[in-house]
Write a protein that binds this ligand. Structure first.
Ligand SMILES: Nc1ncnc2c1ncn2[C@@H]1O[C@H](COP(=O)(O)OP(=O)(O)OP(=O)(O)O)[C@@H](O)[C@H]1O
Length: 253
C-alpha cells in the first residue's frame, strides 16, 4: 500500500459565524492526479489556503509524509515539499523566463538575491533550468521577458517555477486561467510530463482539462466534500449536476 504524502483530516474553517470548510478529510498519494472542483464559493480556495498554511484551520489536522504540519508556517511547508503554483503576474515583468527559473532554483537552495550575479556558476544550475524549460515546452521562450508572455506560456512558467522547488505534493491553482480553450492541450501536454511520483491536486474551472487530467475528482459544495470518483463517476453523479445547476440558478437569480 502506498503511504499518503498529504493527509487532511476533519479540516474546518469558520469566518465568524460562517463555516467555509466543514470536516474535510482526504489524502494524496505519490503519483496521484487529483482535481478539486465545485461551484463558485464552494470553498476550494479556502481549502488550499488551509493546506498550504496561509490560513489557520478552526479544527482538523494536516500531515505531510506522516508529520503533523497543521501549525507550521507556509514557508516551512514549502521546505517540506508542499508547493502551490503561484502567479507569474506577481513577479518581475522584465526578467526572462530563464532568470525566473534560476531564481527559483536558488530560492530552493536558499541562496540570497544578492548572489544573483554569480548564479550561473552554481554547479548544475544551467542543466536543471534547461530540463525544466524542456519539460514545460518553454525552451524557445527561455529569453523572453515574462511581461510579454502569452497566457499559456505564463501558466507553463508557473508550473515550471513550482517544479523548480522540487515538490512532493503540487497544488496547481487554475493552471489554465486565461488560456484559450483551443490552447489548453498545451497545458495538458506539460502536465503529462510531470514527475510520475509527484502527488498533484489541481483546482481548475476548465472541466475539459479536469476530466482529461484527473484520475480522481473531488467535489466540494458549501465547504463540504460532496463526493469523489473518476471522471465518469463524477460526470454521471446527479448530486454533482445538482450543485452546479443550483449554483447557476443562484447566480442568475
Ligand atoms: N476571509 C474571509 N472572510 C469571510 N468569508 C470568506 C473569506 N474568504 C472566503 N470567504 C467566503 O467563503 C466562501 C468560500 O470561498 P472560496 O473563495 O474558498 O470559494 P471557491 O470555491 O474558491 O470559489 P471560486 O471558485 O469562486 O474561487 C465564500 O462564501 C466566501 O465569500
Amino acid at each position: 500500500m502506498t503511504t499518503a504524502l498529504l493527509e487532511v483530516e476533519g479540516l474546518s474553517k469558520n469566518f465568524g459565524g460562517l463555516q467555509v470548510s466543514s470536516d474535510i478529510t482526504l489524502d494524496l498519494k505519490a503519483g496521484d492526479r487529483c482535481a478539486l472542483i465545485g461551484p463558485n464559493g464552494a470553498g476550494k480556495t479556502t481549502f488550499v489556503n488551509l493546506v498550504t498554511g496561509v490560513l489557520a484551520p478552526t479544527a482538523g489536522t494536516i500531515r505531510l509524509e506522516g508529520q503533523d504540519v497543521t501549525t507550521l508556517s507556509a514557508e516551512a511547508r514549502v521546505r517540506r515539499g508542499l508547493i502551490r503554483s503561484f502567479q507569474v503576474a506577481r513577479l518581475f515583468r522584465s526578467m526572462t523566463v530563464r532568470e525566473h527559473l534560476e531564481l527559483a532554483v536558488l530560492e530552493r537552495e536558499r541562496k540570497t538575491f544578492r548572489l544573483f550575479a554569480s548564479v550561473r556558476r552554481m554547479p548544475g544550475l544551467a542543466d536543471e533550468v534547461a530540463g525544466l524549460l524542456d519539460a514545460m515546452g518553454l525552451t524557445a521562450a527561455a529569453d523572453t521577458p515574462v511581461g510579454t508572455l502569452a497566457y499559456g506560456q505564463q501558466r507553463l512558467l508557473e508550473i515550471a517555477l513550482a517544479l523548480a522547488l522540487k515538490p512532493k505534493v503540487l497544488i496547481l491553482d487554475e493552471p489554465a486561467a486565461g488560456v484559450p480553450h483551443s490552447e489548453s492541450h498545451r497545458i495538458l501536454d506539460a502536465l503529462d510530463r510531470l514527475p510520475a511520483d509527484l502527488a498533484v491536486l489541481m483546482i481548475e474551472h476548465d472541466m475539459d482539462l479536469v476530466f482529461r487530467f484527473a484520475r480522481r475528482i473531488i467535489v466540494l459544495a458549501q465547504g463540504r466534500l460532496l463526493c469523489s470518483g473518476t471522471a465518469q463517476e463524477i460526470a454521471a453523479d446527479p448530486r454533482v449536476r445538482d450543485v452546479y445547476l443550483g449554483s447557476r440558478a443562484h447566480v442568475q437569480a
